[in-house]
Ligand binder design. Structure first.
Ligand SMILES: [Zn+2]
Length: 146
């Protein structure tokens, strides 16, 4: 994740306008671990930036993605989720409450090697997504049963 100065520098270098709104979108994304989609980001920013439109958020995310400042996640929903942590790491989504969590320090060399062995491809990357019921939702479900 980058600070405001670094983001400003990258935007300028690549010929994009640096606006307070764009910086606020990056700041909002990098200050949460919730992997928000554009609409969630829009709602987070509404109190401080009431004139910002949802279209601006989408456009800003497109620019950030193009510049490699963010990671775009497709966790099987209608809309993309975003992550300011651009290092490769798997994600997991709860199929009940739809929260999306990071999985850090996950060793996937065995998986990668297996895929190469099976396909003959030389892998250059991967996007790993897991699905299931989060601990909180499991607890809720078992509380309902008792
Ligand atoms: Zn859940």
């Amino acid at each position: 994740m980058l600070g405001t100065e670094a983001v400003t520098k990258i935007l300028r270098e690549k010929g994009f306008k640096v606006t307070p709104q764009r910086l606020a979108v990056y700041d909002a994304l990098s200050s949460t671990k919730s992997h928000p989609n554009a609409e969630m980001l829009y709602n987070m920013l509404q109190p401080s930036y009431p004139t910002m439109s949802l279209a601006t958020v989408y456009k800003t995310m497109d620019i950030f993605a193009e510049l490699g400042l963010i990671q775009v996640l497709n966790v099987g929903e209608d809309s993309y989720r975003y992550d300011a942590e651009t290092g490769n790491h798997p994600h997991i989504r709860c199929t009940e409450c739809n929260r999306v969590d990071d999985i850090f320090d996950f060793q996937d060399e065995g998986l990668m090697n297996g895929v190469e062995a099976k396909t003959g491809y030389q892998l250059s990357g991967r996007q790993l997504y897991f699905f299931g019921r989060c601990p909180h939702c499991q607890e809720k479900a078992s509380a309902l049963r008792h």
